[in-house]
Design a protein around this ligand. Sequence first.
Ligand SMILES: [Zn+2]
Length: 416
Amino acid sequence: MKTNSVKHLRFIFAVLLFPVLLFSSAALLQEATLQKGELHLIFNQAYNKSNIRHFVLKKPYREVFDLRKVRLSGKKVGHSLSSKHCRSIRISQYKKSTVRIVIETGKHYICTPYQPLFSFSSYNIPLPKFRVSGKSKHQNQNNIKKKIAQYIKDTSSKVTSIYRHPPESFSRKPVRKVSNRVHHKELIVIDAGHGGHDTGAIAGGKREKDLVLQIAKRVERQLKKKGYRVYMTRHTDRFLKLPQRTKIADRKGAKVFVSIHANSVPKKKRNKVQGVETFFLQTTRDAKSQRIAARENKAVLKGAGNRLSKKVIVDSVLNGPKIVQSNKLAIDVQRRIITNLRMHYSGVRDGGVRYAPFWVLVGASRPSILVEVGYISHPRERKRLFSPKYQELIAKGIAEGINNYLNNRRKEIDFD
Ligand SMILES: [Zn+2]
């Protein structure tokens, strides 16, 4: 009787799954290139053009093509297309099996796409003959992304060469010299993650919430030594909702917001995964960043999470200059921590600067980063993390990173 019903279930599943499988066999868009004033699309198989929905959006004028039953073969397809005949060409996986192409011209034109004779796996979309000037909002966002990539490239060569222009080169110009007094009054918000009933990660009998509070207090001392004012989101073992944490930063008019956390992985990997990582807010497809974000976001998703929609993250992400600044801050902090630790400890892994959609960074309207100071799941790293010397090196690194960042920021503003 039992085996029979299992067989039945299998059959029912098979019937239910069949159409799903059928629909999921979408065509792949493999290439999108510009040739002779046309956008050429190449699919991996014959593609029926009746699947394409072509329409126009206005203000600004855009030709839109929804290619149903299509998936992008990779992230890079049509990634950096630009033409003098339109403001921008954007290609994205709009829905699970719909690719959307948006050609923004700002001006009306007659667009008659076609499938070349005997070439069922391609589709050509003519661009307008006129030239356009001015950049679209999306192009600006792409430029921001490029700037970030360039900044990372410029600065990621070696830990020792922190800036391409050493600070001395600035102070040689007496007129431009930045007063040290300026930052004496600047306010930094330090956020020790978790707290209260929210313990954060636990490993080897140690709790993340305790570790990060210890380090946060050391950072506070270090920053005060440098003349900064510091506001701590918590000074004791108490629980704070994540949105409260960034609100504090906003209300107090802080220069930067730094959230301190420790990482952890399941038992199987605990001897392998270790290192310091610094994050700034941005949505990501990187699976590892997503996993870490998911873990850190747990508290907010349980609580008042639903009020904060995905849209909030996206809106924050589109807030370009803050991303660039947060990214610079992250690079400076990460680098100083690693440099300091490596001077006294061997085998310190540099997890680098990455981006992830952390809730705690959403809505902060100033450069904001989240530092994962190490893995408390890793036996050796856990031992180090709870030693005063190691904590002090991390704290110094964070404070020096913030200081470096703000010094450079002041110079940038000075030279603007
Ligand atoms: Zn955490």
